[in-house]
Design a protein around this ligand. Structure first.
Ligand code: ZN
Ligand code: ZN
Ligand code: ZN
Length: 279
């Protein structure tokens, strides 16, 4: 299984518009962070976690030509604002893309993208198939590829049109983003991805035993009402005992990657955009 960090920044991204701080002016590519999202590739299956406002740029950067599903962590725009761009996959022959979400998040998607859920959407509207996340493991299935039209030029055909993907089991991990807003993380085999968490119960933590890789959000150094800060993220990482931990959803206030990375405990790294890891 391969995980690629498509974006590792907080809701405003880094650099943040109009910010004069030195981190936002850094020339180190590891300090440039699109909105948080990840791509999971396993046995031919290609799954995105979240589709924020940078989704288009992220699909281009990772050269994604086929997408089986999107898993949504919660309804904030920095995680859902790019869903309209599934149109590109629809255009190249993929019918509605499975978008997995809890009932609350699915309601928000229907509201925000009402034009995609009308009885007769306009031609070219994004085709989104909402799939509900319940309390238990769910199985992400390979997208049933439409036959590629004979008229489609070879160079435009989906790169993995002839692949033989199998499904992937995903265990939802539930937490709180704030006292009022729940958030969902995902465990796939020995990888878990948690973003925008500010609280996780001991019971949910028990689902994270035996991890090889934990991805967890760390906003900055100071405590924050809706995100783990660095200290909390590291503490959870140590409680979980994952072999490797990567920090994401990082704000400009965390400081320079090159300055902050050496201060982290062994086995903990700041993720950065474009980083790919094998699990
Ligand atoms: Zn966020
Ligand atoms: Zn800044
Ligand atoms: Zn959020």
């Amino acid at each position: 299984m391969k995980l690629t960090f498509l974006g590792t920044g907080t809701s405003q991204g880094v650099p943040m518009v109009a910010c004069p701080c030195e981190v936002c002016r850094s020339t180190d590519v590891r300090d440039r962070r699109l909105r948080s999202a990840a791509l999971i590739e396993a046995d031919g299956l290609v799954v995105a976690i979240d589709a924020g406002p940078d989704f288009r740029a992220q699909m281009l950067a990772a050269r994604v030509t086929h997408l089986d599903a999107i898993l949504l962590t919660h309804e904030h725009r920095d995680h859902t604002g790019g869903l309209d761009d599934v149109r590109a996959f629809n255009y190249f022959g993929q019918s509605a893309i499975d978008v997995w979400a809890t009932a609350q998040v699915a309601r928000a998607v229907r509201h925000d993208y009402a034009y995609a859920f009308e009885e007769h959407p306009y031609p070219g509207a994004p085709q989104i198939a909402l799939r509900l996340i319940g309390n238990d493991v769910f199985r992400v299935e390979p997208h049933p590829d439409e036959p590629v039209p004979e008229s489609m030029p070879v160079e435009l055909r989906p790169r993995n049109a002839e692949r033989r993907a199998v499904g992937m089991d995903v265990l939802p991990i539930f937490g709180q983003h704030s006292s009022r807003l729940p958030v969902t993380g995902f465990r796939m085999d020995r990888l878990a991805y948690l973003t925008d968490f500010n609280y996780i119960s001991d019971r949910e933590l028990e689902k994270l035993g035996g991890l090889e890789v934990l991805v967890i959000n760390a906003l900055g150094h100071r405590p924050h009402p809706s995100h783990f800060n660095l200290e909390q993220a590291v503490e959870i990482s140590q409680r979980v005992g994952a072999v490797r931990t990567y920090l994401t959803h990082v704000s400009h206030r965390m400081g320079f990657y090159a300055v902050e990375q050496p201060k982290l405990p062994a086995g903990v790294w700041f993720a950065y955009d474009g980083l790919s890891i094998e699990i």
